[in-house]
Design a protein around this ligand. Structure first.
Ligand SMILES: Cc1ncc(COP(=O)(O)O)c(C=O)c1O
Length: 358
């Protein structure tokens, strides 16, 4: 059997959710479970998140997965609806919508009676400089007043473009804009903190925080690892050694023959590749873990296999290797590959077997 396994540790997920509660004791928690719970498997994660106040998802299909599992907490569609035909389902399934565009207001108002009867909230998105979604500061006050006047319960929301870089000058500009709008629309509920912002600015937790990556035990910061943040990794990604080869100095390894052995060496072939979601590039400083030790990857990663240098080590076929998890953190693999932990977690394929540790 090919051993390529993703272990999901629900205790770690519970621990990280409790970390959010510790850091933001007065805010409600919207646990971000979009993109299949950042690649962890939404169904496997929900049970460990049952004490969250709410869930955040990117689209209706993701919200319906949660409702189909029987969870009744509120769910926010953080990009709102994409078309008018989603509105009746939003109402039927008791979902909350972000409103970031005039078109969405039109759709909302057409369903106003039913929506308000159920006393649901709408989250009005401020574009404070990220220029992705939202109303500009000079238009949002009117939007909020209009919706409040129509009887909606409005939450003012925004997203930081640089929360992972606490002293980035854009942060203060975004905060200033939020506070100006908050003051103009008072009293109004507010939500602006993702994981990095939860750590950076306790004074900005307001009514709802929206943790994502920290729940899964990866770091939102390049300069601080999860041990420094007191988070636990939820995912452990492993594979086994399927072959051991000796190669002579001067011989090459893998596609493109990019790696040339400087001396005679022993190479272990591990049953994992980019078809499973491990990054393909051949990077000089890329490692996997065996126990507490790190072993360098040699040559380009293939679709189903990669090679590691195990010269002078007493290692047998079928030994388990950790791609990321406890010894080798996903953030370290990401950084070696010029990306972020978020991307590696989200782009895992469904080929590895999934096992839940409760
Ligand atoms: C609007 C919004 N809020 C919160 C989050 C969670 O961010 P993080 O995973 O950095 O905590 C995201 C993630 O992309 C988001 O788009």
């Amino acid at each position: 059997m090919r051993h390529a396994t993703v272990y999901i540790d629900r205790q770690a997920l519970r621990y990280n959710l409790n970390r959010v509660k510790q850091l933001a004791p007065h805010a409600k928690i919207v646990s971000m479970v979009k993109a299949n719970a950042y690649g962890h498997g939404i169904k496997d994660c929900l049970a460990a998140l049952e004490t969250t106040d709410s869930f955040g998802v990117a689209c209706l299909a993701e919200a319906l997965e949660i409702r189909d599992e029987g969870y009744t907490q509120s769910i926010t569609l953080i990009e709102g609806v994409f078309s008018q035909d989603e509105m009746p389902i939003v109402i039927e399934k008791n979902l909350e919508c972000v409103v970031h565009h005039a078109q969405q207001i039109k759709w909302l108002l057409e369903y106003k009676t039913q929506y308000i009867t159920q006393k649901l909230k709408v989250w009005i998105k401020l574009n404070s400089g990220m220029n992705r979604l939202g109303f500009k500061p000079d238009e949002i006050i009117e939007v909020i007043q209009q919706l409040q006047h129509q009887g909606f319960h409005c939450v003012l929301t925004m997203h930081f473009a640089n929360a992972d870089v606490p002293d980035h000058p854009m942060n203060q500009r975004q905060i200033d804009q939020l506070i100006t709008i908050k003051t103009a629309c008072a009293p109004i509920e507010i939500s602006c903190c993702n994981s990095a912002a939860i750590f950076n600015w306790p004074e900005l937790h307001f009514d709802y925080v929206r943790p994502g990556i920290m729940l899964y035990g990866a770091s939102p910061f390049a300069e601080q690892n999860i041990h420094q943040l007191d988070l636990k990794p939820v995912m452990r990604f492993t594979a086994h050694i399927m072959a051991l080869n000796t190669i002579k100095a001067g011989e090459h390894i893998g596609y493109g023959s990019l790696y040339t052995a400087k001396t005679d060496m022993t190479v272990a072939i591990v049953s994992i590749g980019y078809g499973d979601g491990y990054p393909r590039a051949f990077i000089a400083q890329n490692f996997v873990a065996l126990g507490q030790q790190l072993f360098p990857i040699v040559g380009r990663v293939s679709m189903d296999m990669l090679a590691i240098d195990v010269t002078d080590r007493d290692i047998a076929i079928d030994t388990e290797i950790e791609l990321w998890g406890h010894t080798r953190l996903v953030d370290e693999v990401a950084s070696a590959n010029g990306t972020i932990g978020y991307e590696l977690l989200c782009r895992l394929s469904n080929r590895p077997i999934r096992k839940v540790i409760s």
